[in-house]
Design a protein around this ligand. Structure first.
Ligand SMILES: Cc1ncc(COP(=O)(O)O)c(C=O)c1O
Length: 388
């Protein structure tokens, strides 16, 4: 079936973080939102039908994931990522960020160092600080328009109390899909320096043509032995409001330590709707997903042409994965406050400011491309009026 992603869906009035809380987050009611990472597209029809069937049953008592759910995950990881996982390696969680927080508690003590590679998804830093751990920064390197991990700098940043590295793979916001050799070099350092890797792979299915995602734990037995993979279907299939994720670890010791932290928080039960939606999406959502990726690719090309013609000072970082475009506006010579003033307050377009993502984000903006092309065009037309 062919999906229509061109027709805008009115999301206002659904308690949508993206569309209904402008006043709370920005002080502005009516800014056009292309910020937080969810899609403005309806979920695939099979998912919607399965949720209706579940709702019609009418009883929503305590729930655990059925075995068929885990099998759907195993099948998906095998088919899509060539990653062979087992039922016993999986632990359910209500979300990737909650799992990260549990992992910080499980594998480190207050004052221990946790590595992040900014600019990066901002809850990493916030969670480290909230847990009284120490943020160890290994900023990405930007050469031309390509970001890489700075591995010699990483070696230097690790000290005797550095315990964990949070890997964003693919990397939000710079959209790199890390190659196998890059990941192998990273793993080699973490093995040698006894660092456990928390591999956040929530964007792993959103990979553009010409790129291939490699699960960190699929690199080798050694890689798997130091890695917890944090994954979810919520980003892939636009189910973030249902809240559902998985931690996958083949190393029993790591898994048990994580589970012990989870038990202390009583977050082991499932959501009756999210497991149904996830299982259905993994079993029946492939065509929907391929169409979404093609549409996002089209939006990226539209953005690229638009900027080249109308705002040539902007440099667009090549989109490899995710649906989040990372745009370098430094050549405009405006401060971050001035960019915000023009884009948010004058153009009334709500993007994610680069500095939110930490070091290296200054002068950048992140644009969510998972929207109808007309929405993107409207936002760009408004932006160019105040920036060009
Ligand atoms: C890299 C990354 N990790 C985690 C999340 C959120 O995960 P969850 O909603 O499962 O906590 C996001 C959402 O944008 C993300 O980009």
């Amino acid at each position: 079936m062919g999906y229509d992603f061109d027709t805008p869906v009115d999301r206002r009035g659904t308690a949508s973080v993206k569309w209904d809380y402008g006043k709370r987050y920005t002080g502005m009611e009516d800014a056009l939102p292309l910020w937080v990472a969810d899609m403005d597209f309806p979920a695939c029809s099979e998912v919607i039908a399965s949720l209706k069937r579940r709702a019609e049953h009418g009883v929503f008592g305590y729930t655990l994931e059925p075995e068929s759910y885990f099998q759907a995950v195993i099948d998906w990881m095998g088919r899509r990522h060539n990653w062979s996982i087992r039922r016993g390696w999986m632990v359910s969680a209500p979300g990737v960020v909650p799992s990260l927080n549990l992992a910080f508690a499980a594998f480190s003590q207050p004052g221990d160092g946790i590595v992040i590679q900014p600019p990066v998804y901002y809850p990493f830093r916030e969670s480290i600080i909230n847990n009284d751990r120490r943020v160890v920064e290994n900023p990405l390197r930007l050469e031309g328009q390509r970001y890489t991990m700075d591995l010699s700098q990483l070696e230097a940043a690790i000290d005797g109390r550095t315990r964990l590295l949070v890997l964003c793979s693919p990397h939000n916001p710079v959209s790199r899909v890390w190659s196998r050799p890059e990941l192998e070099r990273l793993v080699e350092i973490c093995l040698r320096r006894r660092i456990t890797i928390l591999s956040d792979e929530i964007h792993h299915d959103l990979i553009l043509k010409g790129h291939r995602h490699t699960p960190t734990a699929a690199l080798s037995e050694e890689a798997a032995s130091i890695t917890l993979t944090l994954t979810s279907a919520t980003k892939t299939f636009n189910l973030a409001g249902l809240g559902c994720s998985l931690v996958i670890a083949s190393n029993e010791q790591l898994r048990e330590r994580y589970l012990a932290a989870q038990k202390r928080t009583w977050t082991g039960l499932a959501n009756a709707f999210s497991t149904v939606a996830t299982e259905t999406a993994y079993r029946h959502g492939r065509s929907w997903l391929e169409q979404v990726i093609a549409y996002v690719q089209g939006n990226y090309e539209f953005l690229s042409t638009f900027l080249a013609e109308r705002l040539p000072e902007a440099r667009l970082i090549p989109l490899e994965g995710t649906y989040l475009a990372w745009v370098d506006l430094r050549a405009l010579g405006l401060s971050d406050e001035q960019l915000k003033e023009r884009i948010l307050r004058q153009a009334r377009v709500w993007l994610d400011d680069g500095p939110m993502f930490g070091s290296g984000g200054e002068g950048f903006q992140r644009i969510n491309l998972a929207c109808p092309r007309s929405t993107l065009e409207k936002a760009l037309e408004a932006m160019v009026r105040v920036l060009a």
